[in-house]
Design a protein around this ligand. Structure first.
Ligand code: NAD
Length: 333
């Protein structure tokens, strides 16, 4: 059995986790879940949104499937998501999107992957008021050669492993000349070591437009933390929305698999959330832990249920519940 830390999360988290776990178990994957608390639901019992038991479990299993966690806006606790990525040094956030057949999408033929630097940039957590009256605040974007190199190398290695042809580095080096300029400089150096993969760079604002006009021309994107966060929501929109887009946070020793989306407080508790993104995140996990055949079967079943459009959740225009969707996928399996 392979032990996997399971975090059910907040908001729609428990609903989509139940569904995703049922679908993964239906593949027959030999997984033993080690359920651990995190997020708003952990505070009442552990007085912290990220208890040490949870961190210890992830360090031990080295694989976690995590549902979204609430991050209060403004003061209070630091974001658990950002904290977890920094604590476990999960430096590469992989966010693949591929068009779903059968959905009435504006775009067909989208098949791209955003590789986002996950520990630095404007999300370094270096933020403070600069006057006693708290009338002005400052956030510092920190970018190092070391962190840039490892995530850019990860993007090229990912491209090589997955038979992808092109890496596009996204930056704003015309304005943020030193920080994202360094990221671009490192990208150009790393690219020379991968002559078989086409390398190009784009300024982030032009990239946003190009992704909307010609998304099918992009393959692997690699970018800094904030740009990656924004662009990956955009790319999720290209294939039908946040409910469909999976992700993985890789470090050298540990990987945390999670959907891109948040806790969806507007629909939480109603049993109508789409569990696809978390389930496809679990498919990424199954591939990485040595069960690519089970991952492919599960992803094919999810895609087939979505294509048939008989048992899809309201975000995809249907009226099925989260549970019904999972049962339809399990029936296909
Ligand atoms: P959100 O992703 O939760 O929701 C945005 C919109 O997408 C909402 O209309 C929601 O109903 C819809 N949506 C999201 N996931 C869906 C799904 N699976 N099925 C159907 N519809 C879905 O973003 P938000 O409202 O900006 O954030 C809510 C909370 O989630 C905040 O506390 C935020 O900090 C947190 N958050 C957590 C993570 C994470 O844990 N990785 C990521 C993003 C946001």
């Amino acid at each position: 059995m392979i032990r996997v830390t399971l975090i059910r999360g907040d908001g729609i988290g428990p609903e989509i986790t139940d569904a995703a776990v049922a679908m993964v178990e239906a593949t027959g994957a030999p997984i033993e879940w080690d359920e651990q608390p995190a997020g708003a639901s952990a505070i009442a019992v552990h007085s912290t949104p990220f208890p040490k038991v949870t961190l210890d479990s992830i360090r031990q299993t080295r694989v976690a499937l995590k549902a979204p966690l609430t991050t209060p806006v403004g003061g209070g606790y630091r974001s658990v998501n950002v904290g977890m990525r920094q604590e476990l040094d999960l430096y590469a956030n992989i966010r693949p999107v591929r068009t779903f057949d059968g959905l009435p999408n504006r775009y067909q033929g989208v098949d791209l992957v955003v590789v986002r630097e996950n520990t630095q940039g404007l999300y370094s957590g270096i933020e403070h008021f600069i006057d006693p009256k708290k009338d002005a605040a400052q956030a510092i974007s920190f970018i190092s050669r070391f962190a840039s190199e490892r995530v850019i190398r990860y993007a090229f290695e990912y491209a090589k492993r997955n038979h992808r042809k092109k890496v596009t580095l996204v930056h704003k080096a015309n304005i943020l000349k030193l920080t994202t300029g360094l990221f671009l400089e490192v990208g150009r150096e790393v690219a020379k070591q991968y002559p078989e993969i086409t390398f190009e760079d784009r300024i982030v604002d032009a990239m946003a437009m190009n992704l909307v006009i010609r998304p099918e021309t992009f393959d692997v994107l690699v970018t800094t933390n904030l740009f990656g966060d924004i662009l990956s929501d955009l790319t999720a929109g290209l294939i039908g929305g946040l409910g469909l887009a999976p992700g993985a946070n890789h470090g050298d020793d540990v990987t945390v698999y999670e959907a891109i989306h948040g806790t969806a407080p507007d629909i939480a508790g109603r049993g109508v959330a789409n569990p696809t993104a978390l389930t496809l995140s679990a498919c990424m996990m199954l591939r990485d832990i040595g069960h690519p055949d089970k991952a492919d079967r599960l992803e094919d079943a999810v895609r087939a249920v979505i294509q048939a459009r008989e048992t899809v959740t309201p975000d995809l225009g249907g009226s099925a519940s989260t549970h019904d969707f999972a049962q339809a996928v399990i029936a296909r399996l």
